[in-house]
Design a protein around this ligand. Structure first.
Ligand SMILES: [Zn+2]
Length: 457
């Protein structure tokens, strides 16, 4: 045995002589996997449960708390001001050579990732001394902009207060918010960018068609959608995120069409050397989808940052991104199945499905923010192939317009005109489901209202 041991020792000495570190770490510390991160988020999250209620004042309070906590972990910087003179901050962490830039809420009504960034900061703060996070902080420098469009966020509108879509302003630079983002990119020269959005809540993916909870895009930099090292990297990041999220969102992860859009920031940044991964958050079948969607964003961000830090991203298979199904539109919030529906007055009623589209809005009244879900009657017919978050089984029931004062359990008379259901993107879904009675009247089984209050701040 002895000569063998000596031989190994000699070999080890020889190896040490050629490596820069006396105790070389061959494998970086193991980072938490997705299930661990999901549990950590459950236990440690600091974000509010309803992200549409997050306003600029809340971002200020959170960002200032990070700054005022002192220490060298985070750098908080005011990068500039919006048209209405609201501060736009960056929060940065890490001191590594690989530079990442993330920005959220360049569309004011797309708040989910902003909350996930608050939870990401908390993850870094809590776990900074654990080996995997310490390694991340040594390998990466991560710059984040939690709210790029504060004027739009204040009104919960997509565009900035000049009514310009900042994500179509990468060439004109007509908005201060776009100029700020471009200046940040040019000064930091990040090796990768994360562009964080919410997608239209009709976005679906399949088959079978389901609401697309997360859509990913390795952004193109030319019409030919050519590949380069940067796009390989963003596809690999997409693969890492798919693998992390699939157990929680099976069949709900889609891929965006990668047509080149030169006015968009992702495309311009990819063109000038910062490959961009777009993460779009969509519907989730829950009355308040936010907590789950924030969690998915958190797991995606933390997992992929660790993969960049420990190099495991290089082993990811870009085909796992390429094989994601391409997303499409046409999904519903709710489908009323198999109701008896009159489409035009005098016509024989038909047994069909009626699809309701949901849009979240924020109303500003008396200094309060009220988040609401608005439902409209967007489609009718055989909707069995469409994505929906909720189903109402209306077999044997008649669909009618809601009449004033109708209550569940009441027996009412319904005018012929109120039995006619018109559809269209702007038709409010104020409806009732009725069971016909022997005397020609109806018993009210269920009432659907076009506006549901989600929360007030
Ligand atoms: Zn967007």
């Amino acid at each position: 045995m002895k000569p063998f041991v000596v031989g190994v020792a000699l070999l080890a000495l020889t190896a040490c002589a050629t490596t820069p570190s006396r105790f070389p770490i061959r494998h970086p510390p193991i980072a938490p996997n997705a299930p661990t991160l999901a549990r950590m988020w459950d236990a440690e999250k600091v974000s509010s449960p309803l992200s549409p209620l997050v306003d600029h004042a809340e971002v200020r309070q959170r960002v200032m708390a990070i700054r005022d906590a002192g220490g060298s972990l985070f750098l908080v910087k005011e990068e500039g001001r919006s048209v209405e003179n609201r501060e736009i901050w960056s929060v940065s962490f890490g001191r590594g050579p690989f530079v990442v830039l993330m920005w959220s809420q360049m569309h004011g009504d797309e708040p989910t990732a902003t909350s996930a960034l608050f939870d990401l900061y908390e993850y870094i703060r809590r776990h900074q001394h654990e080996p995997a996070v310490a390694h991340l902080l040594n390998q990466l420098t991560v710059h984040t902009v939690p709210m790029l469009n504060p004027d739009g966020a204040e009104r919960f509108q997509r565009r900035n207060v000049q009514n310009i879509d900042i994500n179509r302003d990468a060439l004109d630079l007509a908005t201060p918010e776009a100029r700020l983002l471009k200046a940040l990119r040019d000064s930091l020269n990040p090796q990768v960018g994360y562009n964080l959005h919410n997608q239209n809540w009709r976005t679906s993916v399949g088959p079978p068609m389901m609401g697309a909870a997360i859509s990913l895009l390795s952004v193109a930099y030319d019409e030919a959608r050519s590949m380069n090292d940067g796009r390989v990297l963003t596809k690999k990041l997409g693969a890492v995120i798919r693998d992390a999220l699939e157990p929680y969102a099976l069949g709900r992860i889609g891929r965006y069409d990668d047509s080149f859009e030169p006015r968009a920031f992702g495309d311009q940044l990819t063109l000038v050397g910062t490959p961009v991964l777009l993460i779009e958050t969509g519907p989730w079948p829950d009355a308040n989808p936010d907590p789950t969607l924030v969690k998915l964003n958190y797991v995606a961000l933390v997992r992929s940052l660790h993969a960049l830090a420990d190099g495991s991203v290089h082993h990811a298979d870009p085909a796992r991104y390429d094989s994601l199904p391409e997303n499409s539109g046409g999904g519903f919030h709710t489908v009323i199945r198999g109701a008896t529906v009159t489409r035009t007055e005098g016509e024989t009623p038909q047994v069909i499905d009626v699809g309701l589209v949901g849009v979240r809005r924020v109303r500003l009244e008396n200094g309060k923010r009220t988040a609401v879900l608005n439902l409209t009657v967007a489609g009718a017919g055989d909707l069995t192939a469409s994505a929906t978050s909720f189903d109402i089984n209306a077999a044997g029931q008649v669909l009618a317009r809601r009449t004033q004062g109708a209550a569940v359990g009441a027996v009412v008379s319904v005018a012929a005109v109120d039995l006619v259901i018109t559809t269209g993107a702007t038709v409010p879904a104020d409806l009732m489901l009725l069971t016909p009675q022997s005397d020609g009247r109806y018993r009210v089984e269920r009432i659907v209202t076009s506006e549901v209050v989600l929360g007030v701040k």
